[in-house]
Design a protein around this ligand. Structure first.
Ligand SMILES: Cc1cc2nc3c(=O)[nH]c(=O)nc-3n(C[C@H](O)[C@H](O)[C@H](O)COP(=O)(O)O)c2cc1C
Length: 192
């Protein structure tokens, strides 16, 4: 799929599945998209900014303020993107998105974004099943955000169930109708 000319903001949060976002980034760039990466402050425990910056070719952002006192503009980034893809998204970040708690750059950018937002959760099966998580997912869908359901299978915890981040190739296929809405009508708030 030719993604030339498409601008994608890739949000990565503090999930063990964050390593898969590196492959996802590589895939999106290979397909021709311009991809900028925003991490939550916790996510760099799981993936390095250096790896992401090398693959993205743009600086990787995670803090509001830079060392020199200037700041990264969540509004500019929210306006820049054709799509904000948050993969993986943790239970914690979904909860903040649901209530608009903009205490990090990723959430502030989410609130400022004018483009479609696709979110792909990843977590332990019981975290995913919890009514709080399910309620937050419903709230996010009711705002028009688009869910990529996690897959079932073996989880990092060793348990088996629903909670695995979808594979990068599957995520790529699922965002195509969002990036090219002229090719397919989408109802806001749907699952992909
Ligand atoms: C090793 C490890 C793996 C984790 N994996 C997940 C995960 O897959 N999904 C999730 O929702 N939380 C996971 N957590 C918990 C989150 O990292 C924690 O809730 C954190 O506050 C999330 O912050 P963020 O959403 O701002 O990145 C994990 C924690 C640890 C220590």
């Amino acid at each position: 799929m030719d993604l030339k000319g498409k601008k994608i903001l890739l949000g990565i949060t503090g999930s063990i599945a964050a390593y898969k976002a590196v492959f996802l980034l590589r895939l999106l760039v290979r397909e021709g998209a311009e991809v900028k990466v925003i991490l939550t402050p916790f996510a760099d425990r799981f993936v390095t900014k250096g790896t992401l910056a090398a693959l993205s070719t743009f600086p990787v952002l995670s803090e509001f303020f830079k060392e020199d006192g200037t700041w990264n503009s969540h509004v500019d980034m929210g306006n820049w993107a054709d799509l904000f893809l948050i993969a993986p998204v943790t239970a914690a970040t979904m909860a903040k998105m649901a209530i608009g708690q903009a205490d990090n750059l990723l959430i502030a950018t989410y609130l400022a974004a004018k483009c479609p937002v696709v979110f792909a959760p990843a977590m332990d099966l019981d975290m995913f099943k919890h009514p709080a998580t399910q309620k937050n997912i419903s709230i996010l869908q009711s705002y028009g955000n688009i869910l990529i359901e996690p897959a079932s299978g073996e989880l990092a915890s060793g348990l088996v169930g629903k909670g695995r981040l979808e594979e990068p190739e599957v995520i790529l296929q699922k965002i195509i109708p969002v990036l090219f809405p002229e090719k397919k009508n989408l109802n806001p708030g749907v699952s992909l």
